[in-house]
Design a binder for this molecule. Structure first.
Ligand code: GRG
Length: 297
């Protein structure tokens, strides 16, 4: 394992490259109505952790590709993630007023503009990915996989089940894992796979990356549930304690805090084992997995 300062340094550098690219992609000039552009930039350029785009870049690197080549795919993933956050915060969904330490998009720009900002990012993600300098077959594969991950069988389906779950009082661990494998996990898995596709990875490599993404996504969600109980709004940049207050199905509610943490640790071990095949080139992926477990925001 590299020391944690090397991981932090690498992440700082990657975040800088991702932020600069997102800034370029959302510098629309006069082509986009000013209010819509401001709403998109408010949410997209807000200080998110950029975990998913970092995963795209690190997956590409693990497969021997220059990070720069994977930057459009990384930005496409972050655009879809940001759209999902904007829509999730709307009054009809989670009804939140704080995101990434800032007022949510609809609080600042109104509901209609926030819906349009999300719609715009969802579409632009595919424009950006389709415009990347990859062989046409790789672009088609990447677009297809990203569409599937964001679609009704994965992200949107997981969100629908999560909303439906709020109406119920029952629900077990299988239900909860099924929701999060789609709502949170799909975007993690596809981030890893897009990095691999960019690098021209073979099926075995894509499979290893997918297992890593699956385990990391679930562990990330368990830690998210624990932080919702333990963290502060200042630390997390979003409201905390909401899930518990509404009696929502969460990992700590079903398993208790200690067992939830143990489960997250087991998943991180599995994630790291999956990318052992990349030897030293997978080192940052393994370090990042440990960081997800230890994160406090
Ligand atoms: C509206 C289609 C649709 C989907 C919404 C992303 C999502 C699905 C809901 C957000 C609510 C939530 C707490 C989801 C689980 C964990 C999660 C995805 C947290 C946000 O991701 P971070 O912590 O956020 O990586 P930043 O701001 O750092 O990018």
């Amino acid at each position: 394992m590299t020391d944690s300062s090397s991981l932090l340094e690498a992440c700082r550098e990657l975040r800088g490259q991702i932020d600069a690219a997102l800034d370029r992609y959302s510098s629309y000039g006069e082509a986009v109505p000013a209010n819509l552009a401001a709403a998109i930039r408010h949410s997209l350029l807000a200080p998110g952790k950029r975990l998913r785009p970092i995963l795209v870049l690190l997956a590409a690197e693990a497969c021997g590709c220059e990070r720069r080549k994977a930057l459009p795919a990384a930005c496409a993933v972050e655009m879809i993630h940001t759209y999902s956050l904007i829509h999730d915060d709307l009054p009809a969904m989670d009804d939140d007023d704080l995101r990434r330490g800032l007022p949510t998009c609809h609080v600042k720009f109104g509901e209609a503009t926030a819906i349009l900002a999300g719609d715009a990012l969802l579409a632009q993600a595919f424009e950006v990915l389709a415009g990347s300098e990859l062989p046409p077959a790789a672009i088609a594969k990447a677009c297809g996989e990203l569409a599937a991950a964001a679609g009704p069988k994965e992200l949107v389906g997981g969100q629908a089940d999560d909303l439906a779950q709020e109406e119920k009082t029952d629900g077990d661990l299988n239900d909860l894992q099924a929701i999060h494998r789609r709502k949170t996990g799909a975007m993690f898995r596809v981030s890893l796979r897009l990095g691999g596709i960019t690098a021209g990875a073979n099926e075995a490599q894509l499979n290893a990356l997918q297992i890593y993404g699956d385990r990391l996504g679930l562990a990330f969600q368990i830690v998210d549930d624990l932080l919702d109980l333990q963290g502060t709004a200042e630390q997390l940049g979003k409201r905390t304690g909401k899930d518990d207050g509404r009696g929502k199905l969460t990992f700590p509610r079903l398993l208790g805090r200690e067992e939830s943490r143990q489960r997250a640790e087991g998943l991180i071990d599995e994630a790291c084992a999956a990318v052992a095949v990349f030897e030293t080139r997978g080192e940052l992926l393994r370090d990042l997995a440990q960081f997800v477990l230890a994160r406090d925001h």
